[in-house]
Design a protein around this ligand. Sequence first.
Ligand code: NDP
Length: 281
Amino acid sequence: MSTAVYGIFGYPVGHSRSPSMHNAAFAALGIDAVYVPFEVAPESLSTALRGANAMGVRGLNVTLPHKSAIMPLLDVVEPDAQAIGAVNTVVLEDGWIAGANTDAEGLARALRAADVTLRDAAVTVIGAGGAARAAVVGLARAGACRVHVAARRPEAAAQLVQSLSDALPNTTLVASGMDATMAEAFEGTQLLVQATSATLGETPGARAFADSLPLQRLPADCVVTDLVYKPLQTAVMARAAERELRCVDGMGMLLHQGALAFERWTGQAAPLSVMAEALAR
Ligand code: NDP
């Protein structure tokens, strides 16, 4: 049997930590497989996917800018990926190409692994981009009773909530700007999810963003998580830690979305500690 090939499509893709995470997992389980970064320009996405399928590539991750663009090229897209509007995992089997989104469940698993209660939780998600959409779906599926989405453009939050409300009938979804309504929602929040890109990098802008959040309105037992993992302790987490709020970093979501993809591709339980170690290197 020949070496199985897996990979990630991105543009750029050089920064991705997925190759080291998955190659470490294959080695740990003695699976004869390799995971390769593929730099695929937007105009080449369709050709690259057909080529991968023709060459027997077994599975792919998909990152920016292809997460939505790849959807019409797939034979089937799972309902949650449809709702989120993005695919991050592709399974290629017998010429059939299926797409899924493991970010949503990846976040829920990471939070559960950190002992965060999600069932019946009241959550506030800041941001209305792709990561925020995945967070809302993941947390609602995990049993959150209420998710308040706050974005600097209130219309973006309202659009996100409106587009997901049919798919998530058991969770109350509320939208607002990053304003007094959000500050009020903070008072009943058990889990705050920072899902904007504003905390990327250790910049004055990231600190100003953190300072603008009314974290003092959060209850003392609220857990704060930032999906951004560069830096690992973001400005929002630093501010939350000053208030002695419990913080969970974004690396767990990266780990668990990868583990879920690995399990779909191989049918085997992902070696989590090996993968976490590879991510930390
Ligand atoms: P998008 O570009 O889709 O969305 C970014 C969001 O951030 C938008 O809502 C944008 O608002 C908002 N935003 C940016 N800057 C500010 C600011 N200064 N103040 C308020 N809102 C702001 O990105 P993604 O949703 O895909 O990703 C967001 C972050 O999540 C990324 O930086 C990434 O690092 C992280 N991420 C982590 C993952 C993990 O596994 N841990 C997985 C996926 C993402 P607007 O629309 O108004 O510009």
